[in-house]
Unconditional design. Structure first.
Length: 691
């Protein structure tokens, strides 16, 4: 009020008016102003304290904005899951009371004396969490022992992905496809009726988790989100305390190899009212094995090739039993998570005589065949020597089994006519198949060989001799006029055919050396450039650096948005990496979400660090595939030469170790290789296998 009077008096003085009457008028107005201002005292009264939340439902039902106000929380509940190791930031604790469940953030150390079924009192405050409200700053005190809730609502993957069941104690039913183990945890890959789910628990010594493979189970677990930095749900997984919460509805066969043998043509054929596809038993004669990569068998005239990591060696011609889950591949059905065993001696089937054009029809896919062709060229850049042949108007490739680089003998000359015996593998025209009514369209054929002995030289290339040259000149002189026009026409046809062959060779070579998705150099071309870069470094005493770039949590993008968005993200990363380095540097994709940046002709090892920092910084920008933005980050491992080992494989392995160290340090950063990282790479790789 005093400020109002002073302001009015000052204004009157400026205007040359008398002050006294004005002051009197102002003081007469004071009671009126006081009365008018009285209601404002009620508006400034102290705010009421926030109520204490006493149930899990009350705390979890807050909006993220209200949860951030830190309501006092006091719960009495039972522990349904506790894992102090799964997150480096904090321990994972889910508790459940009569109203529902909620996640409680507790320190990862010290490990609390809690197990599933422990009755606890939880005091803390509400927090917005990474996705939904949680209890944080928690003090947890065990007050008794009970059991986890024996019943839970049955939910589908669709419901889990909606987010409505976040943190809740739920029941999920599905078929166990695989069991993966880390030093502390067990992960079950479950096929539900409407999608794939991963369920995680603490690993217990002496428990046989492998027996669950191919079992139909009902699982009690806490639903948990997979989220991004924008608090958006991009996936869902499950946490269950132990095998006591796994109910086997239909046990897997004690011996899957005792299942009835299924004919190869019956795989993935239409079956009405089928909900889950169990493992099947396939038996056949082994026609090819690349240990740890491919195993091919044949039943009569039906062949099948499966990818398998099993290293057990088995001879061609032996009978083998395979078990696995039927799955779709590019051209025909195959088996996933396949294992095999020797079933006895067999008789190797006679190879089917065919042509490249007939093989392109797909009828002989997976079978042992024989094809003749003219050798056009070869590619020795990879461990798998690849030959390119032509049979009439059809081109096809031949891939030999993997051997150490540089050990391929020079056995065949270009122009030789060869007879090839191997496993027919048909490649699909993806675009043509998509545009048609659904029937698969084939694009090319390749033969997988068991050894170089599967190649027989039928005819060596002819040599031009002086006698043949003289005979040709005599003939040309006799029919000079007619031959002039014929030669002109023949030359044009030869040029056209040569161009076709060269384009085919270039296309095949490009496909063999470049990644089909990003068009970056693949591991084959990278190895070639890395060896050349090492030679330059040794010759000119310069420095090179290898940067291993790995996307953080890329699997979550595929799981939440689909493989199309994942492919778009990989292409975007590839284009951005190219812009961040010099034109003389190499950016390669070596698999999945892993990229290699090769920097050569550096003056010092320190020059690689700002480039790694720039890659980490630029790839932290959000990526927009068209429907919404995706926040990503990368972890970069840096290894330089001559500060480190001299072999190309050593540089790549050391860069990989440094990259895993960057992930272990929290991701979204880079790490310079140090020798002690090698001993930690296996442990770190297991911990970050879900990336």
């Amino acid at each position: 009020m005093g400020k109002i009077v002073s302001l009015v008096i000052s204004q009157r003085r400026k205007n040359g008016d008398r002050v006294r009457p004005l002051v009197l008028g102002v003081f007469l107005c004071v009671p009126i102003l006081i009365c008018a201002a009285a209601p404002s005292k009620e508006l400034k009264s102290p705010a009421k304290p926030l109520p204490t939340l006493t149930t899990a439902h009350e705390a979890h039902s807050l909006t993220p904005e209200d949860a951030a106000r830190q309501y006092q929380v006091h719960l009495r509940a039972v522990v349904t899951y506790y894992d102090p190791y799964i997150d480096a930031r904090h321990g994972a604790l889910f508790v459940h009371d009569a109203t529902g469940s909620i996640f409680v953030r507790v320190p990862s150390r010290p490990v609390l004396p809690l197990t599933a079924g422990t009755v606890v009192e939880v005091t803390g405050v509400s927090g917005s969490g990474d996705y939904a409200p949680i209890v944080q700053q928690a003090q947890v005190r065990a007050v008794g022992q009970a059991r986890v809730p024996p019943h839970a609502p049955h939910v589908s993957m669709t419901q889990l992905l909606s987010g409505e069941e976040d943190g809740q104690w739920v029941e999920v039913e599905g078929l166990v496809h695989a069991v993966r183990m880390t030093p502390r945890n067990v992960i079950l890959d479950i096929a539900t009726s409407d999608g794939q789910a991963s369920a995680i628990c603490l690993r217990e010594a002496g428990k046989d988790y492998e027996q669950l493979v191919d079992s139909l189970i009902s699982l009690h677990a806490n639903a948990a989100p997979v989220f991004n930095r924008r608090r958006q749900m991009v996936g869902a997984h499950l946490f269950f305390p132990d095998l006591n919460e796994v109910k086997v509805i239909q046990a897997a066969p004690a011996d899957p190899f005792a299942l009835p043998v299924v004919p190869i043509p019956d795989l993935l054929r239409f079956t009405p009212n089928l909900q889950f596809r169990h493992r099947v038993h396939i038996s056949g004669t082994v026609t090819l094995q690349w240990p740890g990569q491919i195993l091919c068998v044949q039943q009569a005239s039906n062949g099948l090739c499966v990818q398998t990591a099993q290293l057990t060696r088995i001879n061609v011609g032996d009978l083998a039993d395979l078990v696995g889950f039927p799955a779709a591949s590019d051209y025909k059905a195959t088996l996933e998570n396949a294992t095999f065993r020797l079933a006895g001696d067999g008789t190797l089937p006679l190879p089917k005589k065919t042509t490249a054009s007939q093989a392109l029809s797909g009828e002989a896919d997976g079978e042992l065949v024989t094809v003749d062709g003219i050798l056009l060229g070869e590619d020795r850049a990879t461990n798998n020597l690849t030959l390119f042949l032509q049979e009439e108007k059809s081109l096809f490739s031949v891939i030999l089994p993997p051997v150490p680089a540089g050990t391929h003998p020079l056995l065949w000359k270009e122009g030789s006519r060869l007879r090839i015996t191997g496993i027919c593998s048909v490649q699909v025209d993806a675009q043509g198949t998509t545009l048609k009514e659904g029937a698969v369209r084939t694009q090319s054929v390749r033969l997988l060989l068991r050894s170089p002995d599967d190649i027989v030289i039928l005819q060596a290339p002819s040599w031009w001799t002086p006698g043949r040259a003289l005979l040709t000149l005599v003939i040309v002189a006799a029919i000079a006029v007619a031959a002039f026009f014929w030669i002109a026409l023949l030359r044009r046809r030869v040029e056209q055919q040569t161009q076709v062959i060269r384009r085919s060779e270039e296309r095949l070579r490009h496909m063999a050396e470049h990644d089909a998705l990003t068009n970056l150099p693949n591991r084959t071309l990278l190895n070639d450039r890395l060896h050349m870069a090492l030679e330059r470094v040794r010759r000119f005493n310069s420095v090179l650096a290898v940067l291993m770039v790995d996307l953080d949590r890329f699997k979550e993008v595929n799981d939440s948005l689909g493989h199309l968005a994942g492919d778009q993200l990989l292409c975007w990363v590839a284009e951005l990496l190219i812009t961040l380095v010099r034109k003389t540097d190499t950016v390669a994709r070596i698999g999945g979400d892993e990229f290699i940046v090769l920097l050569d002709d550096l003056h010092s090892p320190e020059e690689a660090e700002p480039i790694a920092l720039k890659i980490v910084s630029c790839l932290s920008a959000p990526f927009d595939p068209g429907n919404h933005q995706i926040s990503i980050s990368v972890s970069v491992g840096v290894c330089t030469y001559p500060n480190n080992d001299i072999h190309a494989d050593d540089l790549l392995q050391n860069a990989d170790a440094a990259m895993y160290q960057a992930k272990a340090q929290g991701r979204n950063g880079f790490s310079i290789f140090k020798p002690e990282m090698v001993s930690n790479v296996r442990r770190v790789g297991h911990t970050l296998s879900a990336d």
